[in-house]
Design a protein around this ligand. Structure first.
Ligand SMILES: [Fe+2]
Length: 450
């Protein structure tokens, strides 16, 4: 057990406490009924420091939590550390510059996706890690030696071509590389992209024909790195820009569009509307200006890039804080009507989960309305992942899956909600041990990875 005292960082309190046991549980109690059509795994990644301590919420060791659903049953729950060099040797220091440049030295703690028969645990500074269907680590992936640097935690799987579109950033030149992985899982294109400096580019956008880079003022500082600090800070002198490039394009094809300074960890989705490119994003006014815990509240905004006029219209959609935006996987890069986000409770803190009431937000971007699914006091969700219903007709005909932490019982559940009705009573609820708050996950259907 980790002892919590006044020296414990906030992110390791409450349901930020890491767990220390890797469970395999087969006899799971289910309330409600799991739709029989759901055949696959819901897997979510997060930072869970092996030592019990991490200096920053982003530094913990990657631990995936998965539930296998099949034939209307919850077959198992497993949580597993991703076996990175940090697990083999806990004395390895993530902020040691030589470790930062070792592309296998990933924390592998940010996202998990299924592509080309592989399950990939991802963290943006290093190589992906391949997991097997039981969430055991196979090893780092460099695409047969083709990957020369880091690989984002937020690649996009094109629902039309099956390609995995990605990028990698670096503190050294080239600062940015575009990476295109074929539907068969081969890295087929690497393009060095010219940007103004080394920035932390957490995510990006794809449309049917383009990718859009977000070159924003969270800039690397080697002096901070040499001092052993988190080596990124906000820079008022670094211009915020969006870079639009054809998906098969090169550096020379990138067109840059100025926007107001801001930071975006996560776009909801992007799509083409004639000669415009529309992007819905969870926008922060800035990040890391005062300290590495300086995270203003993200709110939903829309950017509309006029690719003919060369301008970007920026509109705030909502003033409620919310993060982890998602659309159906089948609409990534295509026009979406609905998007889902995790609401951020007022006065959200790891310290007092019983004092918070979690919500999931559903935005109707055609009508400009939103619906709130309220989980109640002391119940806090994570990122809502949309899973389509079999033979669904409407865009929102499907399920929202997320782990929900219940502060009263200090335990968690996998909740399956009806995305169309946003009824707060779940269709199915699978009882689990406590799953600490984490980052991103996916529904990985058995057709992708069995
Ligand atoms: Fe992320």
């Amino acid at each position: 057990m980790t002892t919590i005292d006044e020296t414990t960082p906030l992110h390791l309190r409450g349901n930020g406490r890491p767990v220390h046991v890797e469970h395999t549980i087969g006899d799971l109690r289910v309330t409600g009924s799991i739709p029989r059509e759901l055949d696959g795994r819901y897997v979510r990644n997060g930072a869970n420091p092996l030592s019990g301590l991490s200096a920053h919420p982003f530094f913990g060791d990657g631990m995936v939590h998965g539930v296998r659903l099949r034939d209307g049953e919850a077959e198992w729950y497993r949580n597993r550390y991703v076996r990175t060099p940090f697990i083999a040797d806990p004395s390895v220091d993530i902020l040691d510059p030589s470790v930062m440049m070792d592309m296998t030295a990933s924390k592998a703690n940010t996202h998990v996706v299924g592509h080309a028969g592989r399950i990939l645990a991802l963290e943006e500074g290093h190589f992906p890690y391949v997991l097997d269907g039981d969430l055991e680590t196979v090893g780092p992936l460099d695409f047969g030696g083709a990957l020369a640097g880091s690989f984002t935690a937020h690649p996009k799987i094109c629902p039309v071509t099956g390609e995995l579109l990605a990028f990698g950033y670096s503190v050294l030149e080239p600062y940015l590389r575009y990476l295109r992985v074929s539907a068969a899982g081969e890295l087929v294109q690497t393009e060095n992209i010219t940007v103004g400096g080394p920035t932390m580019m957490h995510d990006f956008n794809v449309t049917r024909d383009h990718v859009v880079f977000m070159d924003l003022p969270a800039v690397f500082d080697m002096e901070m790195a040499m001092r052993g600090e988190m080596p990124i800070h906000w820079d008022d002198d670094y211009a915020a820009r969006l870079g639009v490039m054809p998906r098969h394009g090169t550096d020379a094809d990138v067109r840059w569009f100025d926007i107001n300074p801001c930071y975006v960890f996560h776009p909801m989705n992007a799509y083409e509307d004639g000669s415009d490119i529309v992007i819905d994003v969870a926008r922060l006014s800035h990040v890391w200006r005062d300290s590495m815990m300086d995270f203003p509240s993200p709110e939903l905004w829309r950017w509309t890039i006029d690719t003919v006029g060369g301008t970007v219209r920026e509109e705030q959609i909502d003033d409620r804080p919310a993060e982890f935006p998602r659309v159906p996987d089948a609409l990534v890069g295509l026009k979406h009507r609905y998007g889902y986000m995790m609401g951020i409770p007022e006065n959200a803190t790891y310290d007092d989960p019983k004092g918070q009431s979690g919500t999931i937000l559903k935005y109707d971007r055609d009508r400009g309305t939103s619906t709130e699914l309220a989980l109640g006091r002391g119940r806090i969700p994570g990122e809502p992942v949309f899973v389509p219903a079999a033979n669904g007709a409407a865009e929102d005909d499907g399920y929202l899956m997320t782990y929900v932490y219940d502060a009263d019982s200090d335990a968690s559940s996998l909740e399956v909600f009806d995305a169309a009705t946003m009824d707060s009573s779940p269709i199915a609820s699978v009882e689990l041990p406590r799953v600490p708050f984490g980052f991103h996950g996916s529904w990985i259907s058995a057709s992708v990875a069995n």
